[in-house]
Every structure is written in C-alpha cells, then in structure tokens.
Design a protein around this ligand. Structure first.
Ligand SMILES: [Zn+2]
Length: 372
C-alpha cells in the first residue's frame, strides 16, 4: 500500500505548479490516518471495546462452528444444491464451501456487490470482499463489514434433513476483529496465481443455450475462471452445449442443429465435476462425453484441436480458434476452392450462374455456423 502523498512521486518537482496541485489533491498523504489508528488502539477505552468485541466474535463463531460441523456431514452434491438455490458461486475447495455455507446459515447470504454490480461478496478474515472483476484487467476491490443480506434458502430436497428441520434462517451482521495493521500491506492475490491454478477447461469452447438454472453470466464466469471459453456461435470445435434437459426435450431448431452437428449436450452441473486444481483438459473433455444428456455426440476429444487437448496456447480471435492459413488444404472443384476441413470437398455443389462463379470460399465455419 502506498501511504505517501503525490508530492513523493519521483519527478514531482519537475512538474508545473498546476499539475503539482492536481496530483497532490488526487493522491493525499495517508500517513496521518495510520498514526491516528495506532494511538487509538493504545487508548484504555478502546482496549475495553476491543475485548468486548473479541468476546462477541467468539460467541458468534460458536454458532458458525456448529453449522460447519453439520454441513460437513453433507455430500458435495448437497452442498452444491445449497449454492445453486441461493444463486452463489461454488468455491473450488470443500473447506471453503463449508465455511461459506455456515456463514450463510448463521448470518444470511450477502447480496451482489454494490460497486461492480455483479461480483459475489464473500467472507474474508476481517471483512467481506467482492470477488468480481470490474473489467478484464481490474479486480473489484470492494470490501465491507456489513453487506446487504438475504435469508438462506434451503432446497426442497434437503428440507427433510434433521439439520434443516429446526433451522430458521436469520440475518445477523457478523462481527469482525480489527485487522492487524501489518495485514494492511498484504498484497491482493493477483490474477496470475488464479489463472495458473484453475485451467482444467483451458480453451475448451462451450455454447450456452436457453435459460439455465444459474444466470448465464455466472456460468460464463465459472467457465472462464477455469480457463474455458463461452462462444457465441456453434461450430464443430465447440466441445459441448450447456443447457437443461427440458430445453433439450423441446427439439427446437437449435437443438436440431446441435444434433446434426453431433455436439454433446451437458447440464451446468457438469462444472461441479471439474477438479479445479488438478483436473486436466483431457479429463474435462472425457467428463463431457460421460455426462452427455443427448442421445448423440461425436466425442469432443475427436473434434477439439490436439493443441487444446494438450493444454497448449492456441491462436484465437475472440473466443474462436484461428488456424494458420498455411495449414489449410483447399480442393478445387468446378473452378472453386473448397476447404477440405469441411469434409465437403466431395459433396459440395458449387453454385454457378451462367455468367460467373459465385465468389465464395467454403470454409469450416461457413458450413456449420448457425447464428444465435
Ligand atoms: Zn464488486
């Protein structure tokens, strides 16, 4: 953390008076605030307050620990159901799942972040913090000790469990101990460490179709956190379509297209099966095959480019793969070129009118892309 004021920035003295003023106003010296905090904590009444606070925190954590123990008896699928029912993202570690659910049970479920509007407010050691992103490069840094909350909803299928039978959801503000000043310097966990760890879906393309149980935005975020891509168009390199059984049963034009292209269809619960830390791209593709809810499928392992399966970096434009031009095999038919990767070079008809050949290059994407 940078406590110094704008006047401490190298080169400040070389600036013009007007710019100096602007920078000084924008970056105020934070040091006096720190001093004040330290003085207060030496204060006698402050100390008493702190002791009272610790007692209350200890009291609250008894309830929290009680729920934690009870939740520990649930299977992962049951924990997932609780997250889904409450529209919350599912942490990758079981320990974090239990901690977070115990917090929801004891204190209520935090609503979405007020600052970035979509981030999830999650429990940290000394406050709640937002785990959302403001844009592709900036993490949301919102923290609060008293987020807006709602009562936890218990899924119908779990209501009969002894631990939920007597349970009454309440909203209580959780008390936090004051953050030790040394922790104020703790760097925020960087994006890079996140990205290095969570890549079992690296470059795997998913297509989200229809209304899902969780808002699409959240499903997309989960996929992207694990390295995956959500595409806006269906192509043969799409590893799977994520939708619901109901939507699949409706046999819409889109479903018929998916069937014709023999792309596997999975439910969003597929994402719960991914091992965020140790899972490989190949594991994730196999899981698609194993959890296919359609009665068709041509195996994503055969469709997806080999580099993707090996977890290599690939050329992309947006969420689509780009193939380098030199590798394209083109077959000339009736004076027209047909990209051999389409598998159409033997069957394609080239449209000609009497005057001129249609100047269209058939490529993989042209023959299979259906607009959303
Ligand atoms: Zn936020």
């Amino acid at each position: 953390m940078f406590f110094a004021g704008g006047e401490d920035i190298p080169g400040f003295k070389n600036l013009k008076e007007y710019d100096r003023k602007m920078i000084k106003n924008a970056i105020k010296n934070a040091a006096p605030v720190v001093k004040k905090l330290r003085m207060n904590s030496n204060d006698e009444s402050e100390k008493k307050k702190n002791d009272e606070l610790s007692n209350k925190v200890a009291e609250q954590s008894k309830l929290f620990d009680h729920y934690r123990k009870e939740l520990n008896s649930l299977k992962n699928e049951e924990l997932y159901k609780l997250f889904v029912e409450n529209g919350q993202d599912i942490p990758s570690k079981r320990k974090d799942r239990i901690d977070r659910l115990a917090d929801y049970m004891a204190f209520g479920v935090p609503k979405k972040c007020l600052q970035c509007k979509h981030g999830q407010i999650i429990l940290d050691d000394f406050y709640y913090r937002c785990d959302g992103n403001i844009d592709a490069w900036t993490k949301c840094c919102y923290t609060t000790k008293e987020p807006d909350k709602e009562v936890i909803r218990i899924p119908e299928t779990l209501k009969g469990y002894p631990m939920f039978k007597e349970f009454n959801s309440v909203i209580t503000q959780r008390l936090f101990l004051n953050e030790p000043s040394s922790l104020a310097d703790k760097p925020l966990d960087s994006h890079t460490s996140l990205n290095k760890k969570l890549q079992p879906l690296k470059n795997i393309q998913f297509y989200l179709y229809g209304k899902l149980k969780t808002p699409k935005k959240e499903v997309k975020r989960r996929i992207e956190l694990m390295g995956g891509l959500v595409v806006g168009k269906l192509t043969y390199t799409t590893a799977a379509v994520i939708t619901t059984k109901e939507k699949l049963g409706k046999k819409s034009t889109m479903i018929q297209n998916i069937k014709r292209m023999e792309i596997e269809v999975i439910e969003e619960s597929y994402l719960d099966l991914i091992e965020p830390e140790n899972g490989t791209v190949l594991d994730s593709l196999k899981l698609i095959k194993d959890n296919n809810i359609a009665n068709w499928g041509s195996d994503p392992i055969k469709r997806v480019p080999q580099d993707i399966i090996e977890g290599k970096n690939v050329l992309k434009s947006g969420s689509m793969y780009r193939t380098s031009a030199s590798k394209q095999k083109v077959k000339i038919m009736d004076g027209m070129e047909v990209d051999s990767r389409t598998g159409l070079e033997e069957k394609a008809n080239i449209y000609k009118d009497t005057e001129s050949t249609f100047s269209v290059v058939l490529s993989n994407s042209d023959s299979v892309v259906y607009s959303v």
